[in-house]
Design a protein around this ligand. Structure first.
Ligand SMILES: Cc1cc2nc3c(=O)[nH]c(=O)nc-3n(C[C@H](O)[C@H](O)[C@H](O)COP(=O)(O)OP(=O)(O)OC[C@H]3O[C@@H](n4cnc5c(N)ncnc54)[C@H](O)[C@@H]3O)c2cc1C
Length: 403
């Protein structure tokens, strides 16, 4: 594959980088301040200003390959842009490129009816509302999507939904108006055709957001990760996506783009952590030398550079495969980068924390928060082990017929 950025991507890289430098990085402290003052679960004025500005500059919906609805970029073209956005925890939302909305919008584009698109995709694309994806349940091992126990039972022209979900990211945000709920609708069907994905508006009677779940003590407000109870929730039968019993199929399709977007952003975060590490290692002195010249510190910097570059190439390779042979054939490559990217980011951030000493684990630097965030990505969208199992199975599959 050709790794060179096309002139279009080079232009966009310049523009996204300039936007981050001029507007997003300077807004990080103000964002935290606005979240901390008053009700933490309200959208911040600063984020809405950033969104208006990015939309005004045409830096909007860059993730969407559909050229009528989004920027029309391939995954390979979007990867370097998502990487730049990922260098800040508030970097993706200004461009309407934040999780879980990007994955949810892709689902609506691919599997939604015209009515679903009009009602939910359009306001999501314009950044008026946000969304959530409610699959994981506290009661069952949710790394196996066929385990979900929350029920969706047909009653005439309605679904009646009952169950408890958690880690429903974004459901605490008042701008979140729609959830994609995955529930057991056809318990007697074949194992991979028992679940359906159903659109559930947040304001439907019976939907109760019970609490935000903290991640190592961080609440990620105003986005948050919610535990949500569904008690006799009734929505029209037509809210089902793609068709009854096809939830697993959608889950597989959704996680392709959603997963790789996380990976691209993780690399951006690792890159910024390496920058902080190098700056600190050069500016601080101990035992008569800059920290960079002590012990094996320079080696750790070199190791970080090599690992980031490897992860970036693996991401681009997975993106290229998705663009050229499709998400299904690229499944092993997507799984590989889903394991590699957060693990590399964690190692680099950990080294950066170490070089910063006590400051590294404080809130004066973003490293501790970044570490907590990246650690969750070894679980979210499927734990490492599930992806490793898929990669191993694929490799063995090449030789099984010969055994
Ligand atoms: C910050 C955060 C945000 C999230 N956002 C969302 C969201 O928006 N929507 C949503 O639906 N979910 C979300 N999740 C949930 C996430 O996808 C699940 O936590 C994940 O799929 C694992 O499910 P589980 O927690 O039930 O772990 P379990 O399924 O109980 O697995 C626990 C452990 O078992 C081991 N394991 C599992 N399978 C295997 C295997 N095949 N081989 C070896 N070991 C194995 C692994 O070590 C795994 O970590 C989020 C999670 C976090 C932490």
């Amino acid at each position: 594959m050709d790794f060179a950025y096309s002139p279009k991507v080079q232009q966009l890289r310049k523009r996204v980088t300039a936007f981050m430098q001029d507007h997003v990085y300077p807004a990080e402290v103000e964002f935290e301040r606005q979240v901390a003052e008053g009700d933490r679960w309200q959208p911040t004025a600063i984020m809405e200003q950033l969104k208006d500005r990015a939309r005004g500059e045409g830096l909007w919906n860059l993730f969407l390959p559909d050229s009528e609805l989004g920027a029309g970029l391939t995954n390979t073209e979007y990867a370097p842009l998502a990487e730049i956005m990922g260098s800040s925890l508030i970097g993706a939302e200004p461009f309407n490129c934040a999780a879980p909305d990007t994955g949810n919008m892709e689902v609506l584009v691919r599997y939604g009816s015209e009515a679903h698109k009009r009602q939910w995709l359009e306001p999501l694309l314009s950044g008026e509302i946000r969304s959530a994806f409610a699959m994981t349940e506290p009661g069952v091992a949710s790394s196996d999507a066929t385990n979900m126990q929350a029920t969706a039972v047909r009653d005439g022209d309605q679904w009646v939904i009952n169950g408890r979900k958690w880690w429903t990211s974004g459901a605490c945000d008042p701008r979140c108006k729609i959830m994609i709920f995955m529930g057991l609708s056809n318990p007697d069907g074949p194992r991979h055709q028992q679940h359906s994905m159903i659109l559930v508006p947040m304001d439907t009677p019976g939907v109760k957001v019970l609490r935000p779940l903290p991640v190592f003590g961080y609440d990620d407000a105003p986005h948050g990760h919610a535990e949500v109870l569904f008690e006799d929730v009734r929505v029209p039968y037509s809210n089902v996506l793609l068709g009854e019993g096809r939830g697993f199929e959608i889950a597989q399709g959704r996680l392709g783009p959603g997963r790789i977007h996380h990976c691209m952003r993780s690399i951006g975060m690792a890159e910024r952590a390496l920058k902080l590490m190098c700056e600190r290692a050069l500016e601080r002195t101990a035992f008569g030398k800059p920290l960079a010249r002590l012990g094996g510190n320079i080696d750790l910097i070199a190791e970080s550079r090599m690992e980031i570059n490897m992860a970036r190439l693996l991401t681009l390779n997975a993106a290229y495969m998705m663009d050229t042979v499709g998400n299904k054939v690229a499944a092993s490559e997507i799984a590989q980068i889903k394991v590699v990217a957060p693990n590399v980011a964690l190692k680099v951030i950990d080294r950066a924390i170490q070089i910063h000493g006590g400051a590294g684990v404080s809130d004066d630097f973003p490293l501790a928060y970044w570490y907590a965030m990246q650690r969750t990505l070894r679980l979210a969208d499927g734990p490492d082990e599930v992806h490793r199992a898929a990669i191993g199975k694929y490799e063995l599959g090449k030789y099984l017929h010969k055994a």
